[in-house]
Design a protein around this ligand. Sequence first.
Ligand SMILES: Cc1ncc(COP(=O)(O)O)c(C=O)c1O
Length: 371
Amino acid sequence: MSNKTIYINKPSITDLEISYVNDAITNGWGEKCYDYINKFEKTYSNYIGVKHTLATASCTGAIHIALMALGVKPGDEVIVPELTWIASVEPVLYIRAKPVFVDVQEDTWCIDPKKIKEAITPKTKAIIAVHLYGNMCEMDEIMQIAKEHNLFVLEDAAEAIGSEYKGKKAGSIAHIGTFSFHGTKTLSTGEGGALTTNDTDLYEKSKVFNDHGRNPKDPENKMFWMRNYGYKYKISNLEAAMGLAQVERAEELVKRKREIFYLYKELLNDIPGKINAEQDYVINSCWLPTFVFDKSLNFDRDGFFKYMTSLNINSRPFFYPLTSLPMFEDKPQNVVSYDIYYRAINLPSYHDLTNEDIKLVVDSLKQYLKK
Ligand SMILES: Cc1ncc(COP(=O)(O)O)c(C=O)c1O
């Protein structure tokens, strides 16, 4: 048993984060109250390789703003993956559009382009491609389908900060990308998120939606007047100060996540099952090492979590198929999603986790399988 708790994730905090946040809290007021936000957005755009970043209070908020900017209206259909965190889909419901759940691929656990094609109707407006656990969706195929059917694509890259597909970073490929900087993510601001795009028109619309509908093009002498209502999912200068330090360290943070993943991969090699995919043309930033146990092992997920908790080791279940939740209609036709979730787990991964900690996690997991 570990005499310290091994968490599932936590941020890496160094003197850099502390010094920027200290500066923001001491000096970042008055005319300086947006300085860290501006620097963070600029540095993030450079890192992701996009023209524009809009920092937000959360990824959920960024998705809501993005769907509004894309012009998704009540009654429109938005194609979404069956397996993802609910936050990828909730903003579709906020707009009273209809999420159409499609199955994922067996290897990447990301939305299956073939199933997207089958789900398109005259009402389809957009596709949300979620890069699950750092794994990358098949973006070329998805973008081609979108082009043929005149659809927008939103990349939910909340879990894939730093992942790359054919040399392009997650969140830079589709019309719009979204990110989360929640405390569990590879880069963190405590709570926070971002919307990224190369499309200046979409960026400007997003900014207006994120500022209560206030449009800088409206007459200057009409302060507090606006033609449309909007929302407010803004990040604070304090959070952006932490974000700036984190994005300046992004390569180091992603490098350690990848080292952790590859050690797990090596140590789990003798267990029948599947670990996160990394296609030849992908760099997986390995947010959460995830293992799907082979059916032959009759894996008991609940027993596993109980056992690991008793050893002070946090682990997590794979997401439920969203249509199995009470507020949606069951869709067991999404067979891959319904088949894998119960035998799949996420393992701890954070910068300060030692290689000995990782060995302890895997040894404990193997002990459990022998029971
Ligand atoms: C795939 C995915 N999308 C969206 C979100 C929402 O992020 P946030 O908590 O920043 O709103 C998360 C967060 O865990 C996520 O994993």
